[in-house]
Design a protein around this ligand. Structure first.
Ligand SMILES: Cc1ncc(COP(=O)(O)O)c(C=O)c1O
Length: 471
């Protein structure tokens, strides 16, 4: 037995207990009687043997349940129409998009690439929004051609869009992105961003959205464009807190901005889009391993109350509510599987190498994300040591720090939970390591939804000039 560090009580005394302590509502994860980790009915070891290692494994069922959960809570609370639009940046695999489309979900996209993956997976243009602070003519043209809604985030976009629509003989559907950095957050700590009391400054400095003063100028300009139809306003608040009331301070401020615009211009929005940032129960990007103290339901209740209180107290008609969850829908729907490699013991430490790296979970390096690492067989083995779980690239690539493990052996299968969001879509090929394959478990079938890259794939677009070629 080893001494469990404070704050890591979720370990229990072996990996089976660890899983039981951190399971969330929509996980399709079990431990068999023999101590094997099972995803949606499939043993981790069997998936790795058949499809190779490392491997992203998607649960179609978890995707559907996450989508229904967030849609269900807003439909229960909001008195008008609700549209959940999947933020495809969190995972751009078209098969994932296709599941959301089948569920009736819309989407949020950035740029031509995400517009493409959104439609490859199936999309109703009226349910899609294009975001971006620097959209090009080509991007705006493609958005208007397709008929998607554009969230305007630059002054020039208004003129560009109006001209594009005139050329194409179309009316562009647009919303204006609003900035929210309420002063009430100035003294609030951020659990996520490592900011002591500066959340409001942090939100203000982000490049997104327009202040109320700018919006008061821009709304009449948009309303004067013959080829544009202003549908409403958009907002996105990044994850910065586990406290729903602090998150809702931003939507309250957003609603107050909308009221001021109506008072000054008479404009009443037909829809509002409140963006992503919805919390997951197990939330690596909170930088904490323990489960979130507040659920998406708690966040939705606080946010809806902030909007409805403000609108109702000003007798404002309640618009359609749209949102753009990314991580909430796809986070726990994907697990990264791999195998143990070399194990080194020296200097009183243990390093367990694995065959994946922070290339495959880049938010470890960029956001300090804290993932759960599990052996995927022999889950009843007691812990014997605290190990440094390290990836196979030439940087530190620390997947888990001082992590409790049983006696691991080279070659055995392991898993990292919550590898759905900002993992494959943000992954890199550093050290010329090809990226893993992705499979989707759909009922009783397993489908390859992204084939494994080869070294040739990595170098397909490079060339060595003739005079430099080795003779
Ligand atoms: C405009 C916009 N919408 C939605 C999202 C998705 O956020 P999340 O994955 O936190 O739900 C993001 C994330 O950066 C975003 O910038």
């Amino acid at each position: 037995m080893i001494e469990i560090p404070a704050g890591r009580e979720f370990y229990g005394s072996n990996p089976r207990e660890h899983v039981a302590n951190v399971l969330t509502l929509t996980d399709k994860i079990e431990v068999s009687q023999d101590g094997d980790l099972i995803f949606d009915g499939y043993k981790a070891e069997d998936l790795l043997s058949e499809f190779g290692s490392p491997l992203y494994v998607v649960s179609e069922e978890t995707l559907r349940q996450n989508f229904r959960r967030i849609k269900g809570v807003f439909e229960r609370l909001w008195p008008n129409k609700v549209l959940v639009m999947y933020a495809i940046k969190s995972n751009n695999n078209p098969a994932i998009r296709a599941v959301i489309h089948q569920e009736g979900g819309g989407g949020d996209c950035f740029g031509l690439g995400e517009l493409h993956s959104t439609f490859v997976g199936g999309a109703d243009p009226e349910r899609i929004a294009m975001n971006g602070s620097n959209k090009t003519e080509a991007e705006l043209g493609a958005a208007i051609q397709k008929g998607v809604n554009v969230n305007i985030d630059a002054v020039d976009e208004i003129r560009m869009l109006d001209a594009i629509c005139a050329d194409l003989g179309k009316v562009g559907s647009v919303a204006l992105r609003i900035k929210s950095a309420p002063e009430s957050l100035a003294g609030s700590p951020s659990d996520y961003l490592g900011l002591a009391g500066d959340v409001s400054k942090f939100l203000l400095r982000e490049k997104w959205g327009f202040s109320v003063d700018s919006a008061l100028d821009l709304v009449p300009q948009i309303l004067n464009c013959r080829n544009l139809r202003l549908r409403g306003f958009s907002l996105h608040t990044p994850r910065f807190t586990q406290n729903p009331e602090l998150f809702a301070a931003c939507t309250r401020d957003f609603a107050e901005t909308i009221i001021r615009i109506r008072e000054a211009t008479g404009y009443v929005p037909e829809l509002i889009d409140i963006g992503g940032g919805w919390p997951r129960d197990r939330d690596p990007e909170s930088r904490m391993h323990k489960l979130n103290s507040s659920s998406v339901e708690n966040f939705a209740e606080a946010v809806v109350a902030s909007l409805l209180d403000t609108f109702k107290s000003h007798r404002m008609p309640i618009p359609e509510l749209r949102m753009e969850p990314g991580r909430f829908i796809v986070g726990n729907a994907v697990t990264l599987l791999g195998r143990v490699g070399q194990i080194k013991r020296d200097c009183g430490l243990v390093w367990v190498n694995v065959d994946f790296s922070t290339n495959n979970l880049p938010r470890i390096d960029t956001s300090g994300s804290a993932y759960h690492f599990l052996p995927a067989t022999g889950m009843d083995r007691p812990y014997t040591e605290l190990a440094q779980i390290v990836g196979s690239t030439c940087i530190d690539s620390r997947m888990a720090d001082n992590w409790a493990v049983p006696a691991l052996r080279a070659g055995e299968p392991v898993a990292i939970l919550d590898a759905g969001m900002y993992a494959d879509s943000a992954s890199t090929q550093f050290n010329s390591v090809p990226r893993p394959a992705t499979v989707m478990i759909s009922g009783g079938d397993v489908h390859i939804i992204k084939r494994r890259e080869s070294v040739d794939d990595l170098y397909r677009n490079t060339s060595v000039p003739q005079h430099l070629l080795p003779r």
